[in-house]
Write a protein that binds this ligand. Sequence first.
Ligand code: PLP
Length: 793
Amino acid sequence: MSRPLSDQERRKQISIRGIVGAESVAELKRGFNRHLHFTLVKDRNVATPRDYYFALAHTVRDHLVGRWIRTQQYYYEKDPKRIYYLSLEFYMGRTLQNTMINLGLQNACDEAVYQLGLDMEELEEIEEDAGLGNGGLGRLAACFLDSMATLGLAAYGYGIRYEYGIFNQKIRDGWQVEEADDWLRHGNPWEKARPEYMLPVHFYGRVEHSASGAKWIDTQVVLALPYDTPVPGYMNNTVNTMRLWSARAPNDFNLRDFNVGDYIQAVLDRNLAENISRVLYPNDNFFEGKELRLKQEYFVVAATLQDIIRRFKASKFGSTDSVRTVFDSFPDQVAIQLNDTHPAMAIPELMRIFVDIEKLPWDKAWDITRRTFAYTNHTVLPEALERWPVDLVEKLLPRHLQIIYEINQRHLDHIASLFPNDVDRLRRMSLIEEGDTKRINMAHLCIVGSHAVNGVAKIHSEIVKTQVFEDFAELEPEKFQNKTNGITPRRWLLLCNPGLAELIAEFVDDDLFIREVAKVKQENKVKFALYLEKEYKVKINPSSMFDVHVKRIHEYKRQLMNCLHIITMYNRIRRDPSKLFVPRTVIIGGKAAPGYHMAKMIIKLINAVAQVVNNDPMVGSKLKVIFLENYRVSLAEKGTLGGTCCGEGVSLNPMVLQQETNPKLLTTSSSCLCVLLAVIPATDLSEQISTAGTEASGTGNMKFMLNGALTIGTMDGANVEMAEEAGEENLFIFGMRVEDVTELDKKGYNAQLYYDRLPELKQAVDQIKSGFFSPKEPNLFNDVVNMLFHHDR
Ligand SMILES: *Cc1c(COP(=O)(O)O)cnc(C)c1O
């Protein structure tokens, strides 16, 4: 593998979008035509736009293959320390443009596609999002893979190849309706199945103890079939691997036991095993203790650890003669990062492998295990912390429960020796919680089984250390760290806002720079306004302030507070229509977990308020409210008008666009008005308004700031560092600090006092309560109002 480029060499690259040589363009066109013919089996008379997308994707993929093989070969020869990022979610979004950017192929591909008489943006729009995540946690995993490949680290992402990713959100009559995300329907050109590396995963069964140790027997086996996706670094010839497991039933599945003689039924029942990788659980920051979810968590862990150990044993470190010492170097060669507690069963699973299979003594196995694992905490919300019922774990993974008990016994013995007669401390620090149902506290298991524990922003790591896991930090303070989240500037600037990226790269002088930044922003806003007008049939003022609040819908993220503010602005306009008002377009978007009633009511309320505000002639163009449907990675960064390019046309006169923005925009694109758009690059005001102490980091906050939006926010998550870096005078910081929240919590919060004291708040709440926004169903929002008064956290 060639050596990564130095910064200086990188700057010598003529353009951030890659060099265009006639040679490379001709080569790309040849590749495209070859794939159209041999891979898609089409000619240009019958090829559909999707065929063209696939031909292009395969052509770009061809440029990854050599680098991918060489990178893996290089790792095999050099045996660098491997980093394994274990995650139940990888929210990758689209792959085509990111790949072209990281390979420096973007301009050449643009030219090739143009010469072929096709439209690049139209082809890009055909790609399905890989929506294998809920929100920030899954997107962080995706950004880390990009980052680690760009740093040239020998890193692997390991997860599940869900057949259905995060649901598609439809808004019908103001209500959220879920639709299955059948993202693999047309095939996935970026993955390669590797059936030759298929591995067995065991469930259920029982444990037999004998002189030679414990044996887990009479299990049911499910096969884990790996699919590999290349992860290219930015302009450095590194291509890492994301390996996602798919569940397959063994061929003798159910043919031996209860379906003996019923061959047809046995084949039909293969679904039971294969359901493990069927669908992503759509909860963000919420624990739902379902058996199938626990199966998913163990499935990825068991398959991945076998893979890791196979790779270690194949290395020069793993092939020493002595069975006794072979794993001594394991923690120097292998780092396993747990993305939240979701893959926590990896800790007892590695212990099981070491003790039961490799026959290491417990203490040695435990030492190696702890030095291998590190755990990232993503939330302190109690309802999000995983606490699996002991009964469920005992049924599904009986040997692992025994191992967890053994870990706990030794852990508590150690605490008891340090703090004699402190029974309450033992109870607080136990991995097992007693109560109506006995549960395993997975965060405690992760802390005890890791050498490093990190929060994801300064304030969050502080809360982890001083509040939620205080006893553990007192015991091992050096274990607790902070790693503030980040985002990849490739996808979240270069890809999603090329105008701004180019401008920054040009280093214009300050005054001009600011004006040019405003111009790029205005172009992005006009594009987005066009989309909104067409999609939501609402007249948008492109010079109004675009006030954007997009993220998963959650009470702690306070979309409801934003809604109260909208109602307040609406009432102010109506009270004094002649008063100066900065025109605003408020855009709220995000998915609610399908079982989260209050979040769904909040979506309905926002849509109901939008209905009233947008149709009130007294308001006119001063205030508009849009609930943005189906917020996802590709809508954050890029998408097209309505999803269907061309054919429908746009209701707006193209002259409007030409007047409002750089005419270049229209002439470079074809006559088609279906320009690619993005919400983040079009935002003026970024809403980051969670209750202090509840948002671990947030990454949306960073994407907006990187794209030149101002932030209104609370001192929560990474907003704190953003304020520190940019200067607090450059953000709109408001609201209670985390100390104030704690204090108010102690004192007791009484909503009625605020309602009685603030007439504008009272008016807004009364309107919701009286059916002002739901005249046909005046009691529709009773639950919301009731929550505001009696259990608003
Ligand atoms: C970045 C991102 C998130 C996380 O947003 P927060 O504001 O940090 O909650 C969620 N969804 C998508 C699609 C994202 O790109």
